[in-house]
Design a binder for this molecule. Structure first.
Ligand code: NI
Length: 170
């Protein structure tokens, strides 16, 4: 089922999300719905708070051409970040049509629990590294525009408020 993606500003996007204790059928369904919602958007990553659920769950698939690699990560934790940094033009499904260069570590080591409740660990690099860091930020109530200066952030927030008013009228 495709879920509605919240648009910034929304208080639910600013919350610290709660860890998942065990994978219930509801959470497995949520992960499946989030992947469906992400592919439909389309996007390469989505975090649970973006569909109004303040739980520590993210989904992603950074394969643009080729065999899809859908991933669902519960309680993702960054264990290590490279000193090397990379710049990527980031966007966010909760901030449509806004893109900005953001600097982040080039590679990160991440541990998480998969849909079967098994602990996984992997090093992400390139777009995957950017994506996983962007999505984990969501679980801590942080958006990519929080890396920008206050004036730029305010300008984007106003634009989104206007967009939400227009969407509400339709
Ligand atoms: Ni985002």
């Amino acid at each position: 089922m495709i879920r509605t993606i919240l648009i910034h500003p929304d208080p639910r996007l600013k919350k610290l999300c709660e860890p998942v204790a065990e994978i219930t059928p509801e959470l497995r369904q949520l992960a499946a719905d989030m992947l469906e919602t992400m592919y439909d958007a389309p996007g390469v990553g989505l975090a649970a708070p973006q569909v109004g659920v303040t739980k520590r769950l993210i989904v992603m698939d950074c394969i643009k051409d080729g065999t899809p690699e859908p991933m669902a990560l519960f309680n993702p934790q960054i264990l290590w970040s490279s000193e090397d940094q990379s710049v990527y033009e980031e966007g966010c499904l909760s901030i449509p049509d806004i893109y900005n260069d953001i600097t982040r570590p080039t590679a990160v080591q991440v541990r998480w629990m998969d849909v079967d409740g098994k602990v996984q660990e992997r090093q992400f690099a390139g777009l995957w590294a950017t994506c996983v860091q962007h999505e984990i930020d969501h679980l801590n109530g942080k958006l990519f525009i929080d890396y920008l200066g206050p004036l730029k952030r305010q300008m984007i927030t106003r634009k989104m408020e206007k967009l939400k008013r227009e969407m509400a009228r339709e």
